[in-house]
Design a protein around this ligand. Structure first.
Ligand code: BDR
Ligand code: CA
Length: 317
């Protein structure tokens, strides 16, 4: 059975990615590591635990990075709300610390499972960069890394050039890409083609279970935010769920091997660019997803998530 770690900054679409992952029959989720990103880490950690509780799934959650390596993170709550989940859960009072922290858990798991382990990241790459920095040899034994991030042949979403997960901690992203790990990049090139629409939310409403009601609330926040920012899309992007989809069903996408760098200049900070002048000894370092079978992915995503939301877990919430 495939062993998986999710590294998340929960975040509305991270919450949907977690739901999609825990709905899969044939994988073992060893744990979920959290990072600051769409909200401070105590929020993303709380949100992750809450989603698991709502869905009645027991998966260990490990708290990770609180800040980017060299930058200051300023939160605005525009897309995910001030609490990261569309203002459904509000302020975090206090959080129980996990016994093992995220980076340690990633390294220990890689040491144990090496090629059998897949890490799927859906937030800034700070935790992963720290793991590679701390234990490069161990981390090079990993099977696969699937990263939601970047915009290679399409405009960015937080600047003209950059995608959010990369721009938030560009130094960590650049370091991870330069580490020659087996990375598949699931960027805006493909994630903007997979959408959640008002019709999907209406179906959740009709399910009538407590979990479906909760999902309806935070998904509506995300859809409304997208409606204001990208009215032409008629939906909100399933960025992070697609990363899970690609991690489990690589045939959903077509990839091109490229040598990807992160632009660290102020004019194009966070841009993921292909280096076309690579020296002979350098190799492509990333498989970049450029095409996706959106229908196949959305069909699988909604079938599995809708089924899970139709199960009444009221006593757990
Ligand atoms: C990424 O940034 C966040 O808004 C989402 O959760 C996703 O991981 C998309 O750019
Ligand atoms: Ca995310």
């Amino acid at each position: 059975m495939k062993k998986v770690i999710l590294d998340v900054d929960t975040g509305i679409d991270d919450a949907l990615a977690i739901s999609y992952a825990v709905a899969q029959p044939n994988i073992e989720i060893l744990g979920i590591t959290t990072t600051y990103g769409m909200a401070p880490v105590e929020y993303t950690c709380r949100n992750t635990k809450y989603i698991l509780k709502v869905l009645n799934k027991d998966v260990p959650v490990y708290e990770g990075a609180t800040t980017p390596e060299k930058r200051i993170r300023v939160y605005n709550g525009r897309i995910h709300g001030n609490d990261g989940l569309g203002n459904t859960l509000g302020h975090v009072e206090k959080i129980e610390k996990s016994t093992l922290e995220a980076v340690e858990f990633i390294i220990d798991s890689t040491k144990k499972y090496n090629r059998d382990l897949t890490i799927i990241t859906t937030g800034p790459l700070t935790n992963l960069a720290r793991a590679v920095n701390r234990a490069p040899e161990i981390m090079h034994s990993i099977g696969k890394i699937v990263t939601m991030g970047g915009a290679v042949a399409t405009p960015g979403n937080v600047s003209k050039f950059a995608e959010a997960n990369i721009l938030i901690d560009p130094e960590s992203a650049d370091f991870v890409f330069k580490s020659n790990l087996p990375i598949t990049l699931v960027g805006l090139d493909v994630t903007r083609k997979t959408l959640l629409t008002q019709d999907n939310i209406e179906k959740w409403k009709q399910l009538g279970t407590p979990s479906a009601r909760f999902f309806t609330k935070f998904a509506q926040y995300y859809l409304d935010a997208y409606g204001e920012m990208h009215p032409h899309l008629k939906g909100c992007a399933l960025h992070d769920p697609l990363a899970v989809g690609v991690g489990l069903y690589p045939e959903l996408v077509q990839t091109v091997p490229m040598r990807i760098e992160v632009d660290l200049s102020e004019e194009a900070l966070g841009r993921t660019v292909e280096d076309l002048n690579i020296a002979e000894e350098e190799k492509p370092n990333v498989s970049v997803c450029l095409q996706v079978d959106s229908n196949a992915f959305m069909e699988d995503f909604f079938t599995k998530v809708n089924h899970m939301l139709s199960i009444d877990t009221s006593e757990r919430v």
